[in-house]
Design a protein around this ligand. Structure first.
Ligand code: AHR
Length: 332
């Protein structure tokens, strides 16, 4: 008897929660008891973003929000402030709200299986965007849309090999890694190392995380400069850390791009400007404009259509001359 009453109370509360959340976000969520469904045709997407740590991330958020609007998808957006526990909470809340589809950019690679299983049990499809998870069970998500970070690291390494092809001197490299445990930090490091290890003259003399932020990039580069007087090259896993490091290099009385060559990843406007100005020497592009493809995938997944399990973003690289040419029409 008690159990029946509790069930009725719970059902009432659930209906209330769903109705409130529909009105909060302007409707469209619906109160269908079926998994992930809505009462009208509007698709509701729960999106858990990593944070706002970089220019790349800001452009990515804009792309997702604008594309959702253009596609007529109702977006429930949550900013995790670079913390996995916040992302897990957000995903659990999306499950409770019975959204039609969940998309997220996992701050780190590991530790997602329990919450992804909860989404699967609730029959809510999940799309990974930008960053991957290391789950062995690939049935936990429908698709992964984003860059090939290993390839990005390799491109950075290939430029370096070419740049120093006529020299046999030792090349002392310092590396600013992205967020510890994140897919781009792991893969950009691995791809770069794979290419440069072919020649023993390339030596990574210091490698530390700068958490993908400008402030941390500056702070860590200052420490690198204090303990290593002979740095030839900086490889930064994103533009923002590279831009912070430029301030540290200038503060130490050295000339970025000349005394210390700099390779970064992303190609956001500020990074491209520094490349055009000769303060950065080479940028490997990582496109944040994932919104339109994400919305297409979401529509297909919700309609029960098959989608590719992996969609790789098309990207290029930039030298100083190419940056000068691209800057006037750069969107982000
Ligand atoms: O996951 C993509 C990376 O995250 C970008 O390269 C970096 O700028 C961002 O913070």
């Amino acid at each position: 008897m008690l159990r029946r009453i509790s069930a009725l109370v719970l059902a009432g509360l659930t209906a209330f929660a769903v109705a409130s959340c529909g009105s909060e976000s302007g409707g469209g969520t619906g109160g269908d008891a079926g998994a992930g469904g809505g009462t009208d045709d509007t698709i509701v997407m729960g999106f858990s973003q990593v944070g706002a740590e970089s220019g790349w991330r800001t452009a990515n958020t804009k792309s997702v929000q604008e594309s959702a609007k253009a596609a007529g998808i109702e977006l429930k957006f949550s900013d995790a402030q670079q913390r996995q526990e916040n992302q897990i909470k957000a995903i659990r809340s999306f499950i409770q709200q019975r959204v039609d589809v969940i998309a997220f950019s996992p701050v780190v690679e590991s530790g997602w299986d329990p919450v992804l299983n909860e989404a699967k049990n609730a029959k809510i499809p999940v799309i990974l965007t930008d960053r991957a998870v290391d789950s062995q069970d690939t049935s936990l998500y429908k698709s992964f849309l984003g860059s090939d970070f290993i390839e990005e690291g390799k491109k950075a390494g290939q430029w370096l090999v070419e740049e120093y092809k006529d020299s046999s001197d030792t090349v002392n490299i310092v590396e600013l890694q992205g967020t510890t445990g994140s897919a781009p930090a792991n893969d950009r490091k691995a791809g770069f190392a794979e290419v440069i290890q072919a020649d023993a003259k390339f030596k990574i003399i210091a490698s530390q995380t700068g958490d993908f932020t400008r402030a941390k990039g500056k702070e860590v580069m200052e420490a690198f400069l204090k303990s290593n007087p002979d740095i030839d090259v900086l490889y930064a896993h994103n533009d923002d850390m590279g831009l912070g490091a430029i301030e540290a290099i200038e503060g130490a009385g050295k000339v970025p791009g000349k005394d210390i060559k700099i390779i970064t990843v992303d190609a956001v406007k500020d990074g491209m400007q520094a490349l055009a100005d000769g303060k950065i020497n080479y940028i490997v592009e990582c496109s944040p404009l994932l919104g339109p493809q994400l919305m297409d995938l979401a529509k297909k997944v919700v309609a029960g259509e098959e989608v590719p399990t992996r969609v790789v973003t098309e990207e290029t690289t930039f030298t100083q001359e190419q940056a000068k040419e691209a800057l006037p029409s750069r969107q982000y």
